[in-house]
Design a protein around this ligand. Structure first.
Ligand SMILES: [Zn+2]
Length: 462
């Protein structure tokens, strides 16, 4: 084994620049003698060699039996762990106004091993990004592109809702992103979408409610939206109560015995949940917003985004129905609900909602995983929600999300075992995305350039 070549694989700035002049190299890459975390089951395959060619995994075999193709780039796996890339199931990529910023955000995801993003609430520019990434013209996570948010302006009547679904399907979007539309518009939207084979996902309009969304077979409910309202005790006095932000205004009225019914209904519907715990927990936490925007990853985002988060946290925490007790109750209830859904076998997929509320794209997935673990899921169970499970959500369980021959070559090479501790997912040696190898040194170099660019813009703004 050529250790010298292993430890310093081709490392050029071109590898991590957003635009690339050619498709991913078709030369083979071999992770030699690595501990594989296959994620099709809870196991570690020690001292294996994984060969990748043309952007696909072609073999996973014990190191002493593995056939490494002539001329393959060898990457030293000894004492390292190789796991599938992660999926962010509720991400946002910026629009077309500032392409350089959008490319930086795509890189922030990839730099953290997020190799697939379901982009929620899009515009036409995302279709080009999606296709450019898939072709290998642009470095970024594989994108699934949701339509623009279905607002009452766009889809407030049954007729306009049907029209919107048809328009977005014809335009090439992968799914419909739901906002708050009236129940009759929602019903027509759902009928039309089902007829066209178009999934719809995201929020649950307040008047539709949890049962309405489950009856309509919404593909995913994001943020555990409308569950708290469903859990309010039968006969509770709700008149004059504003459910508030994600049910925080009625959380004291919840009857936790109703969790079992919510879980059962979810199972029957087959609807996925993308909990985005961090979306709520970051606003509910006692940590001051001014301290949160000094987290290390904040250096990669523009000041106006950070300022907006500080304002949001202050605004939400000043609401009457979001005082510390209710906020804490909401956090605990959401964790309990996630655990109950998961234990019953209701499908769960990893998503943090970045960049919302202190969620820096890519970096936020680690906060989200930590919070899911705090809800009682094991590291393996959490990692499944971000690897194998999203592939199943998209109806392509053989396409990606495990380390097996035939899967897309989206991999994270780690210095420690992620099954021992989810924090080890941040101890990267590199990321392979769409068949392109990014050693950690190159990742850090580009992150540094992004931080410098953002820093210069902050100075100009001051
Ligand atoms: Zn969102």
């Amino acid at each position: 084994m050529l250790l010298a070549a292993c430890s310093s694989p081709d490392s050029t700035d071109a590898a991590v620049d957003g635009r690339t002049t050619s498709a991913p190299s078709s030369a083979a890459i071999a992770f030699v003698g690595v501990n594989v975390v296959p994620m099709d089951r809870e196991a570690v395959l020690e001292n294996h060699t994984v060969v990748v060619e043309d952007g696909r995994i072609v073999s996973v075999a014990p190191a002493d039996e593995a056939q490494v193709p002539e001329g393959a780039q060898r990457i030293d796996g000894a004492g390292r762990w190789l796991m599938p890339g992660l999926t962010e199931m509720h991400g946002h990529v910026p629009g077309p106004d500032n392409p350089a910023y959008a490319e930086d955000v795509l890189f922030l995801y990839v730099s953290n091993g997020v190799t697939t993003v379901r982009n929620m609430a899009g515009n036409a520019s995302h279709l080009e990004l999606r296709d450019g990434i898939a072709r290998g013209d642009l470095l970024g996570p594989r994108l699934y592109a949701a339509s623009p948010w279905l607002s009452p302006d766009k889809a407030g009547t049954p007729e306009s809702a049907e029209q919107a679904v048809r328009e977005y399907q014809a335009a090439g979007f992968d799914l419909i992103k739901l906002g708050s539309i009236p129940p009759d518009a929602y019903v027509r939207m759902a009928e039309t979408a089902h007829a066209l084979g178009m999934p719809f996902a995201g929020h649950v309009p307040r008047e539709v409610g949890l049962t309405g969304a489950l009856d309509a077979r919404q593909a995913s409910i994001d943020h555990l939206d409308s569950y708290v309202e469903f859990l309010v005790a039968e006969g509770a006095e709700v008149s004059g109560r504003d459910p508030g932000w994600f049910g925080s205004g009625v959380v004291d009225l919840v009857d936790t015995d109703r969790i079992a019914e919510a879980v059962e209904r979810t199972l029957v519907a087959g609807t996925w949940n993308v909990p985005t715990l961090s979306l709520i927990e970051h606003l509910a936490s006692a940590e001051p917003a001014e301290a949160m925007i000094r987290w290390p990853e904040m250096r990669y985002l523009p000041q106006d985004v950070l300022d907006g988060w500080v304002r949001s946290k202050r605004e939400v925490q000043s609401r009457d129905n979001f005082q510390p007790l209710a906020a804490q109750q909401l956090v605990e209830l959401r964790r309990r609900l996630l655990k109950a859904l998961h234990d019953a076998g209701a499908p769960i997929a990893l998503g943090s909602d970045a960049p919302q509320f202190f969620n820096v794209p890519g970096f936020s997935i680690h906060h989200e995983m930590r919070m899911m673990a705090a809800a009682g899921l094991t590291p393996y169970q959490v990692l499944a929600t971000g690897t194998r499970e999203p592939a199943r959500y998209f109806g392509t369980p053989d396409a990606f999300g495990t380390v097996e021959p035939g899967r897309r070559a989206d991999l994270i090479l780690l210095e420690a075992n992620p099954l021992d501790d989810l924090a080890n997912v941040q101890r990267r040696a590199g990321v392979l995305v769409n068949g392109r190898w990014l050693p950690e040194a190159d990742i850090q170099a580009r992150l540094q350039r992004i931080a410098e660019t953002v820093g210069e813009e902050r100075q100009v703004a001051e």
